[in-house]
Ligand binder design. Sequence first.
Ligand code: GDP
Length: 300
Amino acid sequence: DRYLSGLDKSRRSFSQRIRNLALNFTGVNEEFLEELMIVLLEADIGIRTAEKIIERVETRAMDEKLKKFDEISECLIEVMAEMYEEAGTCDDHVNENGPTVVLMVGVNGSGKTTTTAKLTKLYQEQRKKVVLAAADTFRAGAVDQLAMWADRLNVPCIKGREGGDPSAVLVDACRYALEEKADYLIGDTAGRLQNKANLMKELEKMKRVVGREIDGAPHEVWLVIDATTGQNGISQAQVFLETTAVTGIILTKLDGTAKGGIVFAIRDQLGLPVKFIGLGEHPDDLRPFDLQSYLYSLCE
Ligand code: GDP
């Protein structure tokens, strides 16, 4: 199963560390909570989130007089699920009257182009008609890379020239998607973080122009985050959130890290749900994020 094998590193590391806690367990005391804290931090859950989790586990263990290790580890999973869910849900935004426009944003190298291909595959499996827009005209090779995926997946890809205006590409793509009665238009954009003001201007312009072409567009703005970059990736993500309205997170490269706890840090620190997770470089390696199955596979 690609899902389980993609999460292998995180699964082995987290569940092993939790099991190790059982070895010295004498009760929910300061020593145990300190060790638990270390396990959570090693999984990249983040200090703020970890502290909240610890506090709740401690309170609940007292209130419910939990004594056995199994009870505590179960309580831990419940608390993690609760915290994730409390942050609120976020519905999909689908355009019922025409193409749903999705913009992919994020720093270079986070996996935007690859994820655009993976999303295409996912929508194709749902029998949706997809059009791509290669609006990352900044990164050398990004346009060709997307065009290659489009070729392989047999979907049209609207291109501009390298260094050209990404908004112009998006306008062309919107018109094409309308004409072709596409279900989805996915725009791969550039992620220049060097200059926040420019980034903001460019993103705002892209949103404005697609909004003029298609009602309510962009319907989704997905921020792509590389899971292997940990807290640093979250800080970079914060810059995007300050810059533009993001509707959801796509977390890539979870197969390359043992720190799967980052899902919880993202939820808590960015206040946005993880919509999809990337588990490899193949177009099949994208899964909708499901909290229960994720937690279950992490802790089993
Ligand atoms: P972009 O600059 O944001 O468009 O990033 P790319 O899509 O070019 O991805 C950068 C690198 O990360 C490429 O080598 C991808 O194959 C790789 N990559 C993307 N997503 C994943 C993933 O989920 N798992 C792994 N292992 N590699 C990934």
